[in-house]
Design a protein around this ligand. Structure first.
Ligand code: BV8
Ligand code: ZN
Length: 297
């Protein structure tokens, strides 16, 4: 392959679409930028979460052990943001493309998996929205073929998990707030003020055994979900779409180069330059809420 300096990603959408139509196994790796237009703060961009609160001080098991009050307030803040958000056209374009009867009209016989680093649940809600807009597709959208095509590798913000190893109860919980003591703390967090201390006894508890509960996300140092299936999909992919990610967190950040190393193509959709995009086959700089619908429409 040409050296980095000679390699120039294509920026021409029609040639991307004709490449897309020649593919058999397509994966998309999504990050926080996909949800930015829905009002969910990204981690590293302007106003990003990680810039104000260093990720490693909040998204690790040790951080939760040391200061469950602060970590729960961080996740409560993000729950409230996600509850107020709606899927944007970028989520909807990916969701439509994940419905086999729709994809068949664009690329007969191709498989698709969306591997998302996002925990906000918007990609799954996009599927629900399409089922409402197109009742004739509802049964297919509820089928395992579509349900299982969405791989939330960093867990789910709205899952609440028991911390007792003897219990481990997990439930999907959309309560706002997730417990009374967290009410109103989202404003403090948003204004980057020192947050109030909440006693452990007042933090979310497991409904089954009463132990302290934690957010159902994958923290740094924890094993991402669906790794085995993702590995199978990455090995057979002939196209990897990388959307709205700074590609700094592993193992997600490594999938595009793995696909390319096996002869597959990589298309990056981002508003800014991002790690590794200079080696991409296609690069579409712009908001994914407008570029993705053009690419997958
Ligand atoms: C693990 C859930 C062991 C919680 C998150 C090498 C190999 C393996 C691991 C490592 C490795 N090197 C280091 C590690 C450890 C670590 C890691 O990667 N550290 C980093 C800091 C170097 N990885 C782990 O710990 C992982 N676990 O490795 O286990 C293992 C692994 C494999 C096999 C066996 C054992 C677990 C990491 C998961 C951490 N949890 N999230 C929560 O959300 O609170 S990470 C979290 O941060 C997100 O999920 C996401 O992954 C990451 C944020 O990144 P982005 O999504 O990219 O967001 P960001 O803000 O950075 O960028 C936004 C982008 O969007 C920007 O580029 C911007 O320009 C763009 N954008 C903005 N607006 C738009 C837009 N683009 C398009 N349109 C727009 N409108
Ligand atoms: Zn329990």
């Amino acid at each position: 392959m040409a050296s980095d300096s000679e390699w120039k990603p294509q920026t021409d959408m029609p040639s991307f679409v004709s490449t897309l139509k020649s593919c058999k196994h397509i994966i998309a790796v999504a990050g926080a930028g996909l949800s930015a237009a829905s009002g969910i703060p990204t981690f590293r961009g302007a106003g990003g979460l990680w810039r104000k609160y260093d990720a490693v001080t909040l998204a690790t098991p040790q951080a939760f052990k040391d200061n469950p009050s602060r970590v729960w307030q961080f996740y409560h803040y993000r729950r409230e943001k996600a509850l107020a958000a709606q899927p944007n056209p970028g989520h909807l374009a990916l969701a439509m493309f994940s419905v086999p009867s729709i994809r068949e009209k664009i690329i007969p016989g191709a498989s698709f998996r969306l591997i998302t680093q996002n925990v906000d649940g918007l990609s799954r809600r996009a599927l629900d929205q399409i089922a409402e807009m197109h009742p004739e597709l509802a049964e297919e959208i509820r089928s395992a073929a579509v349900e299982d095509s969405l791989l939330e590798m960093h867990g789910r913000l709205f899952d609440v998990v028991c911390t007792s190893s003897k219990c481990g109860h997990r439930e999907h919980n959309l309560d706002s707030p997730v417990c009374p003591a967290l009410a109103g703390t989202e404003n403090v967090f948003a204004q980057n003020q020192p947050e109030p201390h909440i006693d452990v006894v007042d933090l979310p508890k497991c409904k089954k055994c009463g132990s302290l509960a934690r957010p159902g996300v994958v923290w740094f140092g924890e094993i991402p979900w669906h790794l085995r299936e993702i590995d199978v999909e990455v090995r057979k992919a002939d196209l990897c779409i990388v959307v709205g990610t700074s590609s700094k967190v592993y193992p997600a950040a490594g999938y595009a180069s793995e696909v390319q190393a096996r002869g597959g193509k990589v298309a990056v959709f981002n508003v800014d330059r991002s790690d590794g995009d200079q080696r991409a086959d296609f690069l579409f700089l712009g908001p994914s809420e407008s570029t993705l619908p053009k690419a997958l429409g």
